[in-house]
Design a protein around this ligand. Sequence first.
Ligand SMILES: [Zn+2]
Length: 121
Amino acid sequence: MPPRHHRLPITTAYDQRYWCHPCELTHLDRDTDLDAITWTCKRCGHPVLVDLDDFKGNAITVERVSARAIRRDDYVILEHNLQLCLVLKSEKSGAGRWYLALQGHRGAPVDANRYYNRIPR
Ligand SMILES: [Zn+2]
């Protein structure tokens, strides 16, 4: 597995707020309160919730999980345009790779550790 810092980071351009439901904390600081590689709360280890807003009508709350944690019938929010997509297929695709098929998009193998915005189940 490549070093963690070699991963292409997910964009944070639309991030408005980070919060943790189990800890009942509503304004986490990205630099001190959460792990910005795994997008989990440093206190409890639970995925943090991220309020996204592009101020063009797309506002939604997501959690950030790696491709390997995504399941069929999940919904993901594309990081660059906040488009909602149903996951049609999600399965292992060789060493360190993951195959994701999103509705309306061509399926492609991705790094299994690549992070996606997912609608909490
Ligand atoms: Zn927490």
